[in-house]
Design a protein around this ligand. Structure first.
Ligand SMILES: N[C@@H](CCC(=O)N[C@@H](CSS)C(=O)NCC(=O)O)C(=O)O
Length: 279
């Protein structure tokens, strides 16, 4: 065998034994660290972590179930009112108990499921303090929401609305960006407290500042994509990869039609879906 071929084979064998060693020791080998861009999340995902991405085909909203198998506790991020039956069924089938229903922000296109969920169980609704919405728990930058052994770090990422939050699942390489960052896009900035300059700073300072292989999960996708990474968005996001001034101009010229349900959804979400509080 030629020297180059022998060297390549020896390298491959070293990598394979390194992967096996890592699997038994449950810590990342240099080989896995090297390939994190490809297998991010999988290499760091804790065996007790339950993660499900659910979709509402009417509002194109993603709802996330995050649970801890050991304690049985779970949270929902961005539940949709009409999908509460599905969400509670999934949670019950997974043998989990819902403790918190988190809203990344006061949505304008659908009513949150948190009100309906509260009628059915002792779940606590969560939203940003600065949104001024009624909720059991109002959170702010740096707060944490715990479920079993896992923690979501709250990052304030205003710009789409002033109360937009990103939830970072600590040590698991995942973040839930709401409408601040969408896959190859971002939340619009033409209503509620929209501000493109603020959004640009939020996304660059709080989301794209996470490690490159962090998996990013948005609140919506309109094109069938499910997940992205920090590295991909830095490179390919057609809006946010631009300089700030260009981004601001682009956002100010979008001219999108308003969400169909905005006039009903915003007031309902200001009480986290408990519409009876509005009477
Ligand atoms: N057609 C939908 C609303 C679509 C929309 O405006 N989506 C928002 C997030 S929900 S407020 C958005 O920020 N989109 C960004 C974009 O570039 O499209 C409806 O009528 O509900």
């Amino acid at each position: 065998m030629a020297t180059a071929g022998r060297r390549a084979l020896a390298g491959l064998l070293r990598s394979v034994s390194s992967v096996q060693r890592c699997r038994t020791e449950l810590r990342p080998s240099p080989f896995l660290l090297h390939c994190r861009g490809l297998c991010a999340g999988e290499t760091r995902s804790h065996p007790s972590l339950v993660f499900r991405q659910l979709f509402d085909q009417t509002s194109f909203t993603y709802t996330y179930v995050l649970g801890d198998r050991e304690s049985g506790e779970c949270v929902l991020i961005d539940p949709v009112m009409e999908m509460v039956d599905r969400d509670t069924r999934v949670i019950s089938e997974l043998g989990l108990r819902l403790t918190y229903a988190l809203n990344t922000h006061v949505h304008a296109d659908h009513v949150t499921g948190t009100g309906e969920l509260k009628k059915r169980s002792a779940v606590k609704s969560v939203i940003a303090k600065v949104s001024n919405a009624v909720a059991d728990v109002q959170v702010d930058e740096g707060d944490t929401v715990k479920f079993g052994q896992f923690e979501l770090e709250v990052r304030s990422t205003p710009g789409h609305t002033d109360g937009c939050l990103t939830f970072v699942l600590k040590n698991q390489g995942k973040a839930f960006t709401g409408d601040a960052l969408l896959i190859r896009g971002c939340g619009r900035t033409d209503f509620q407290q929209g501000d493109p300059g603020r959004l640009y700073d939020s996304v660059h300072g709080k989301i794209l500042a996470l490690p490159d292989d962090t998996q990013l999960y948005p609140a919506h996708d309109y094109t069938g994509q499910t997940v992205t990474t920090v590295a991909e968005e830095k490179k390919f996001n057609p809006r946010l990869s631009k300089p700030k001034a260009e981004f601001v101009q682009l956002m100010n010229e979008l001219k999108l039609p308003y969400p169909r349900l905005i006039d009903m959804a915003v007031p309902a979400n200001m009480v986290c879906g408990l519409q009876e509080l509005m009477k």
